[in-house]
Design a protein around this ligand. Structure first.
Ligand code: 9MR
Ligand code: CA
Length: 605
């Protein structure tokens, strides 16, 4: 059995820098050999949650073996149980044995020990914690990650710690690419569109991908407003009256506003260099940047985001809210006049120079963007015209991704059901039912696989950015929980968090800086430019992706093991804002719920 050291480079590296903030567990002293075959959420568990760890093993022992949970400090046994065989084999043909210690509710630091077969040494897990606050730093860091991605500004040490850095990409002299030229703004006109977040491991800014990212973050705020209003991210705006998550989103809204052509309301698809920059620091990445072609997808996503922003910021900034709404309406109008302007990079490059070879975010299906924009505009204006676009026919559930945003619209409508038309009750219950059935099916399938996690219900989940599929599944469970109050959905959301933090086929906790075995070499220019530091913390890497489009060397082709922690691997080990947003929703949403449960629990005692 593969055996790894209990404390790898990261644990000591991050302890050295900011132990309490960035490490899952403060227990970083030398430990005996730890088995990498025990898969468990590497941070730990909230006291009331299900608690499951797995042993991955080539064969099932004849006698069922026992496990013990021990207190990390004393080694005293606090819980004992019998391992149960997993439901099915793993996708690589291994077996799993399940340790369920859900009944252990006492706060503390623990490790799991599994007695070996015959005279072999017992196996032990890395230490973990049971505490209602164990995910708090992760939740904060998943949002702080957006701050690290800020373009056009210096990051000061007070906010960025060791990752403080010079400003990059002023973006105050962006060239109109010939594909985006019109009478008012001819090719090579200079326009200003500073601020915003770098999309991912690269330094470009793409409207479509920003769309789902902002929608997800603003919806997270709308579902858990009290929780977020009390949260500090330690960003430059932390002292103002606006909740920090909304300050962070506004940094990107400021950029996004400038992506609209003021002369006609259309929205440029992206602000980008012609090709990708090298793996250099932002201030060294100085190639010319372009506004590239207006598209319907970008314009509709922009309309949805701005309409939602007009609602979310209304209580804090009436004037800003009104401007967002006007921008949304102008974008909607342009999209009605140009319903099918698609981004097709190859065609564009046949017509215009210079060639553009960065992320395409091309999308040929725009009915979902239309629905999302109409939903947010209906909620912002109450106008029945927008309601009519939504129609009476609810559509089957589809998990959101950058190219499919329909359910962002439905989520918003359901969350504001007091604003729906009077005669829409049947429509609403139909939508709710579709959502709840989808969550129930996914949760059910999640309890029938070797790792007992929803993500492993289907190999099709393992696309580029598979970890964001898991995180978006987590959002679905949280929505189903909000609607029904059914504890099973909360369990599924927590199991999804367990998957991302270590209960999976690679044994990685996929969030940088969190856990004992986490990505050290993400495809992230900001991190690669600082090899002297641990990677910037709080970032969800893309995760297993058997298509391996980067042609890097992978340890496995099996869908859930096709992951490599190498900077080369942009198809499995990049970071991206649209992946961190659902992580932030899931991590913070669960924390909000768990805090409340912890509170009501302490009142009952
Ligand atoms: O997340 C995107 C994925 O769905 C696509 O299959 C892939 C290839 O087009 O692109 C991904 O997005 C990348 C974008 O194009 C450029 N910035 C980095 C993004 C994450 O890898
Ligand atoms: Ca679409």
């Amino acid at each position: 059995m593969a055996v790894t050291k209990g404390n790898n480079k990261l644990a000591s590296g991050c302890a050295l820098i900011m132990a309490t903030v960035f490490c899952g567990s403060p227990y970083t002293q030398a430990e005996p050999e730890v088995s990498g075959d025990i898969r468990v959420n590497q941070l730990g568990f909230s006291p009331q949650s299900e608690k499951i760890a797995l042993l991955v093993t080539p064969k099932v022992p004849e006698e069922s073996s026992r496990f013990v949970v021990r207190a990390a400090k004393t080694g005293n046994a606090v819980f004992e149980g019998r391992l149960q065989p997993g439901h099915t084999k793993t996708w690589s043909g291994q077996h799993t044995l399940v340790a369920d210690f859900s009944h252990l509710k006492k706060t503390g630091h623990y490790y799991l020990e599994i007695s070996g077969a015959g005279d072999t040494e017992p196996l032990r897990s890395t230490p973990f914690e049971v505490d209602s606050a164990v995910f708090q730093d992760l939740a904060t860091a998943s949002l702080k990650a957006f701050y690290y991605q800020r373009a056009s500004t210096e990051l000061e040490e007070t906010h960025a710690g060791p990752w403080h850095r010079a400003a990059g990409h002023p973006d105050d002299k962006v060239l109109i690419h010939p594909s985006a030229a019109n009478r008012a703004r001819s090719a090579n006109t200079r326009v200003s569109a500073p601020k915003g977040w770098y999309d991912a491991g690269d330094y470009n800014k793409y409207v479509v991908n920003s769309g789902i990212t902002m929608g997800t973050l603003m919806s997270a705020f709308e579902r858990y407003p009290d929780y977020f209003s009390a949260q500090s991210l330690n960003i430059p705006e932390s002292e103002n009256a606006l909740p920090d998550i909304l300050d962070e989103v506004r940094y990107n809204l400021d950029w996004l506003s400038a992506m609209q052509d003021p002369t006609d309301g259309g929205v440029y698809h992206k602000l980008t260099t012609a090709g990708f920059e090298g793996m250099v620091a932002p201030q060294q990445a100085t190639q010319p940047r372009y506004m590239v072609q207006k598209t319907t997808a970008a314009t509709l996503d922009f309309a949805a985001v701005m309409a939602q922003a007009s609602r979310v910021y209304a209580a804090y900034d009436a004037q800003g809210s009104e401007q967002y709404l006007q921008a949304a309406l102008a974008a909607w109008k342009w999209a009605q006049q140009h319903p099918a302007v698609h981004y097709r990079q190859d065609e564009l490059n046949r017509q215009f120079d210079p060639d553009i070879t960065t992320g395409a975010y091309g999308d040929e299906q725009l009915a979902d963007e239309q629905l999302w924009a109409a939903a947010e505009l209906y909620l912002a204006t109450g106008q029945t015209d927008f309601w009519r676009v939504i129609g009476n026919t609810p559509r089957e559930y589809s998990l959101p991704n950058w190219a499919d945003v329909r359910w962002l619209g439905y989520y918003s409508l359901l969350a504001h059901n007091d604003q729906l038309p009077q005669d829409s009750n049947r429509w609403r219950s139909a939508i709710e039912k579709i959502l709840v059935v989808a969550a129930r099916e996914l949760g059910g399938a999640g309890s029938k696989n070797a790792y007992l996690v929803p993500m492993l219900s289907d190999p099709q989940n393992f696309v580029w950015g598979s970890n964001a599929v898991a995180a978006n599944q987590g959002i679905l469970f949280l929505e189903a929980f909000r609607i029904t109050g059914d504890q099973a959905f909360l369990n599924s959301a927590q199991a999804t968090r367990d998957y991302l933090l270590g209960r999976n086929a690679t044994g990685y906790s996929y969030v940088t800086g969190f856990g004992h075995k986490t990505p050290m070499h993400p495809h992230h220019r900001l991190a690669a430019a600082r090899p002297d530091l641990p990677p910037l913390p709080g970032f969800l890497v893309g995760g297993p992706n058997p298509a391996q489009q980067d042609d890097c060397e992978y340890p496995s082709k099996v869908a859930d093991q096709s992951y490599v922690d190498h900077v080369c691997s942009y198809a499995s080990n990049e970071i991206a804002i649209n992946w961190n947003a659902p992580l932030a929703y899931l991590a913070n949403g669960l924390s909000a719920i768990e805090n409340q449960h912890a509170e009501s629990h302490s009142h009952h005692e």
